[in-house]
Design a protein around this ligand. Structure first.
Ligand code: SF4
Length: 362
């Protein structure tokens, strides 16, 4: 059915909804589109839209950020990272360096990059130095990083990898006693790369309605409508409401590179803990580009920091959809985009930052 946003809203309003329905999204881009368009207030009051684990910067463990800061400060390297990551604070004493941005101010050579192409260019332009690429991201970011390595990079380009898979976090929530949602809107960007088929488990193992959505109002509202109808009719299936880009199998070339260069590992998520088979590590063929092997001296100290969160920061519960950003006591008081306490207020994909920039209140 091809309808405009108003027509989709009308369709949703005509549904005989139960007292409360909770729809979770797992993509920072979805949360941004929902919040910027004001979809929460446009939908009937009994529909709750819950932002879930959709921000890769927010789930990057504190110890990885700490390790990146230490390598940048103590080794003769150029450290590059996507811009959001530079402002993510670690939980150390005020007199110590708390972010890559502060390390840069102390003289470390740290440069923001927008793409793997930038990273390769910097490595080629600086053959006498190691260029350490702190690469944190979900499948959509990790696949181009893998393609970069598969296509060949200079020897001085090293990876400090903090890649994560999206679906295991949803699987972990669904395996818990209280997942906290009744329907799932699956991430369009991730499904473009990995294929819609990764999300069938939501329906097949948990009998929950699910729909893959794109990023405009029409696609999101179509996904909400589809999942609500599935719920009402008690006939869950995985609907693809982003057929322009999403196929069942995803991007074959991107996946080929990804699994040639990366292997799936257990991984720690900031404030959440270890989620089985939810991270990426380099395969044996690419270990020469592993910054952790070249600069191992910071790992013991970094590992001791596992589980560190700033006092009072509720990012983990925000990421898991257990509370809304405004329910964190620090939101808008001690924690603002100008003075972020947790990563959810730093990243453009963090729910706290998105809410503060667009609505400020629920
Ligand atoms: Fe963390 Fe700040 Fe969000 Fe609270 S408002 S959860 S401290 S990022």
């Amino acid at each position: 059915m091809s309808l405009n946003a108003q027509q989709w809203l009308q369709q949703i309003r005509q549904l005989p909804l139960p007292e409360k329905v909770r729809i979770m999204n797992v993509c920072g881009g979805h949360e941004r589109s929902i919040t910027q368009a004001g979809l929460r207030s446009a939908l009937p009051d009994n529909i709750e839209l819950i932002p879930g684990p959709g921000c890769p910067v927010c789930v990057c463990p504190e110890e990885d950020v700490y390790e990146a800061i230490q390598i940048a400060l103590n080794e003769e390297v150029i450290l590059v990272a996507f811009g959001d990551m530079l402002r993510v604070p670690v939980n150390v004493r005020k007199s110590e360096v708390r972010s890559l941005e502060q390390a840069k101010a102390r003289g470390a050579d740290i440069r923001p990059v927008a793409s793997p192409t930038d990273v390769v260019r910097i490595a080629r332009d600086n053959p006498d130095k190691d260029v350490v690429f702190f690469a944190a991201g979900f499948e959509t970011t990790t696949a181009p990083v893998a393609a970069m390595l598969a296509e060949g990079v200079p020897d001085n380009l090293l990876l400090l990898l903090s890649g994560r898979l999206t679906w295991p976090a949803v699987a972990m929530l669904l395996a818990s006693d209280e997942p906290g949602f009744d329907c799932l809107v699956a991430p369009g960007h991730v499904a473009t790369v990995m294929g819609a088929k990764e999300w069938h488990f939501v329906v097949e193992q948990h009998q929950l309605p699910a729909a893959v959505a794109g990023f405009n109002n029409e696609s999101l509202l179509a996904a909400f409508y589809s999942s609500l109808r599935q719920l009402l009719e008690d006939k869950p299936f995985l609907d693809n409401c982003y057929p322009e880009l999403v196929t069942e199998e995803g991007n074959a070339q991107a996946k080929k590179h990804l699994y040639e260069v990366m292997q799936v590992t257990d991984a720690n998520w900031r404030g959440i803990g270890t989620i089985p088979a939810s991270g990426f590590g380099l395969t044996r063929k690419y270990t020469a580009h592993d910054a952790r092997l070249k600069y191992p001296g910071y790992q013991d100290e970094a590992r001791k920091r596992a589980g560190e969160m700033p006092p009072g920061c509720d990012c983990a519960r925000v990421v898991l959809g257990k509370i809304y950003p405004t329910e964190c006591k620090l939101y808008g008081a001690a924690c603002t985009p100008r003075n972020p306490i947790g990563p959810c207020m730093v990243s453009d994909e963090g729910a706290c930052r998105i809410w503060w920039s667009n609505v400020r209140k629920p």
